[in-house]
Design a protein around this ligand. Structure first.
Ligand SMILES: NC(=O)c1ccc[n+]([C@@H]2O[C@H](COP(=O)([O-])OP(=O)(O)OC[C@H]3O[C@@H](n4cnc5c(N)ncnc54)[C@H](OP(=O)(O)O)[C@@H]3O)[C@@H](O)[C@H]2O)c1
Length: 280
């Protein structure tokens, strides 16, 4: 991981909204160049213009691309080559969820979560690892979730993809320990971004429990703690005392007890919202 005195050259996926924009903002004063990736070019253009207005010496390159597709990931590599961009930090942040039962989910939304949250993250990391190693000390920060610590009904696919991200992060971290590439995961609880609007089905309830204020953290704190964890060579970070305690609790309680608590939670939710809507 580059020492604080060194300048970053980060690639940030999902940089058109939410935590991705905040990663770009916090890294801007410590970076010479950055590559911002997301599908919506018009949003990336606005983010880049704002950053450059505030940091005139910063070179911001935008790359409109879908990380879920091989074509999108090839476009990212081509953009790096075209701009002679040598990244020393990869922030795998792009991701999405879906609130509601597995049975009523659309096949497309199920596939999309797996393609973005798992395939996109893994295959982009695989593609860029040689370049990150060439710039060592370098780093990879994967944005996982507190949801990855539990088998979460009505967010079953999302929680499973994030369990994958956390597990993958820890294994890759061990593989790369003596190779100058630090790998960490930041695992936030509910955070006020556009995540809920994307995950919520038309006419559906927000089952993200965003009302559980003890788990909530503002975007800037999540990102600051994620970056600090990477710089301090920490494997995982659950930003905030609520997510920290919750993650420890979930790890320590027996699985049967966890399933019983989650069953009770689901029954309560279903009593409150009897007919879950279908995915868009
Ligand atoms: N907010 C929370 O409560 C929360 C909690 C824990 C973890 N997280 C994780 O935090 C990360 C960031 O989410 P957020 O909360 O900032 O949500 P957000 O505001 O909805 O932002 C998601 C970002 O991902 C990008 N994205 C989605 N699909 C993409 C694709 N196929 N290719 C490229 N970019 C794609 C979106 O850009 P485009 O639509 O322009 O492509 C957007 O920039 C995700 O991994 C999420 O799972 C969020």
């Amino acid at each position: 991981m580059p020492a604080p005195s060194l300048r970053f050259q980060p690639i940030i996926t999902g940089a058109s909204a939410g935590l991705g924009v905040e990663f770009a903002r916090q890294l801007a004063p410590r970076s010479t160049r950055m590559l911002l990736v997301a599908r919506r070019a018009e949003f990336l253009t606005v983010v880049a213009a704002d950053l450059q207005a505030q940091w005139p010496d910063l070179d911001v390159v935008i790359c409109p691309a879908d990380v879920a597709t091989e074509a999108g990931r090839v476009a990212i590599s081509s953009s790096l080559e075209r701009h002679q961009f040598a990244p020393n930090l990869l922030i795998n942040n792009a991701g999405l969820g879906d609130y509601g039962s597995f049975e009523t989910a659309s096949a497309e939304r199920i596939q999309q979560q797996i393609d973005v949250n798992i395939t996109g993250l893994v295959m982009l990391t695989h593609r860029l690892l040689p370049q990150l190693k060439a710039q060592r000390p370098s780093g990879i920060l994967n944005v996982s979730s507190l949801a990855g610590t539990i088998p979460l009904p009505e967010m079953a696919i999302y929680a499973a993809t994030k369990a994958f991200v956390t597990s993958f992060t820890e294994a890759l971290r061990i593989e790369l320990l003596d190779q100058g590439v630090t790998v960490s995961a930041v695992c936030p609880g509910p955070t006020p971004t556009t995540f809920s609007a994307v995950a919520q089905r038309t006419g559906g309830q927000d089952t993200n429990r965003s009302g559980q204020t003890f788990l909530r953290m503002p975007n800037d704190a999540v990102v600051a703690q994620g970056l600090a964890a990477l710089e301090h060579q920490q494997a995982t970070i659950y930003p905030g005392w609520g997510p920290t305690i919750a993650s420890q609790f979930f790890r320590l309680i027996p699985r049967w007890l966890m399933r019983r608590l989650l069953t009770r939670r689901l029954h309560k939710d279903r009593a409150a919202h009897p007919s879950p809507p279908k995915s868009p």
